[in-house]
Ligand binder design. Structure first.
Ligand code: O7M
Length: 207
C-alpha cells in the first residue's frame, strides 16, 4: 500500500512525464495542478493517467455551471480524482459531485496556511459529508486542525498537504488521521526523487 500522493508541480512536459514514469509504482497517485496544465494543456492529465491515478487539483471555486464544465474536462481526460473548494457553497459542490461520475471528489475544508476558510471548517466538513464527497483535503502541518477534522468526518478519506517544505511531519500527519499525504517539493527537488519516495515509504512502513 502506498500513502503518498505526489504533487507534480513542475512546468516542463518532459520532466513531468519522466517523473511520472519513475515514481508511479511507489506512490498512490499523482496530483496535477495549474502550473503543469497551463503549460501543457489538459491532455497532460490523460498522458499521466497511463502511469498512475491522477488527481486534478483545480481547487474549483465557481458557480455551479462553470464547476460542471471544469469537472467534465477532468473526467474526459481520465482523471481518477478531482479537488474542489467547498466555501463556494452547496450548489457549487453538488455540481462537481454530479459531473464527476466515477471520479473521486475531494473537498477542501482547511488549508495548510491560515485562511478565512478556518472560520467555516466545521460547516464545510458537514456539508461535504452530506453531499457524499469521497474525501477531504485537510492540513498535514496543522495537526490539531487535522485531528479535529478526522474526528468529524467518519470514514471519509483525508488527503493532507503541508509535509516537508511547509513544515509538517509525515508520520505526525498519518497519526493525526490522514489517509494519504500530499508531497511535492521534498520529492521533485531532491536529486534522487525515487530514492526519496522509497525512504518516505519506509518511514510509513509501506512497500
Ligand atoms: O509539498 P509542497 O509544499 O511542495 O506541495 C504541496 C502541494 O499541496 C501543492 O501542490 C499545493 O498546491 C497543495 N496544497 C497545499 O500546499 N496546501 C493546501 O492547503 C492545499 C493543497 C492542495 O493540495 O489542495 C488540494
Amino acid at each position: 500500500m502506498n500513502r503518498i500522493i505526489f504533487a507534480l508541480d513542475v512546468y516542463d512536459y518532459n520532466e513531468a512525464l519522466s517523473l511520472s514514469r519513475e515514481l508511479s509504482n511507489d506512490v498512490f497517485a499523482i496530483k496535477v495542478n495549474w502550473p503543469l496544465v497551463m503549460n501543457n494543456g489538459i491532455s497532460i492529465v490523460k498522458e499521466i493517467s497511463r502511469y498512475s491515478n491522477v488527481i486534478c487539483d483545480f481547487k474549483i471555486a465557481d458557480i455551479d455551471n462553470t464547476n460542471r464544465l471544469i469537472t467534465e474536462k477532468a473526467r474526459e481526460n481520465n482523471a481518477w480524482g478531482i479537488i474542489t473548494h467547498s466555501f463556494t457553497g452547496r450548489r457549487s459542490l453538488k455540481a462537481v459531485v454530479s459531473a464527476a461520475g466515477d471520479m473521486k471528489v475531494f473537498s477542501l475544508v482547511s488549508m495548510s496556511q491560515e485562511s478565512f476558510i478556518d472560520n467555516y471548517t466545521d460547516d464545510l466538513v458537514k456539508m461535504s459529508m452530506e453531499e457524499n464527497v469521497y474525501g477531504l483535503v485537510a492540513p498535514g502541518n496543522r495537526i490539531d486542525i487535522l485531528r479535529h477534522i478526522r474526528s468529524m468526518s467518519g470514514d471519509l478519506k483525508i488527503i493532507a498537504p503541508g509535509i516537508g517544505a511547509q513544515g509538517g511531519g509525515i508520520t505526525d500527519a498519518i497519526m493525526a488521521g490522514a489517509d494519504y499525504v500530499i508531497i511535492g517539493r521534498s520529492i521533485y527537488s531532491d536529486p534522487e526523487p525515487l530514492k526519496k519516495v522509497k525512504s518516505l515509504n519506509e518511514i510509513l512502513g509501506d512497500d
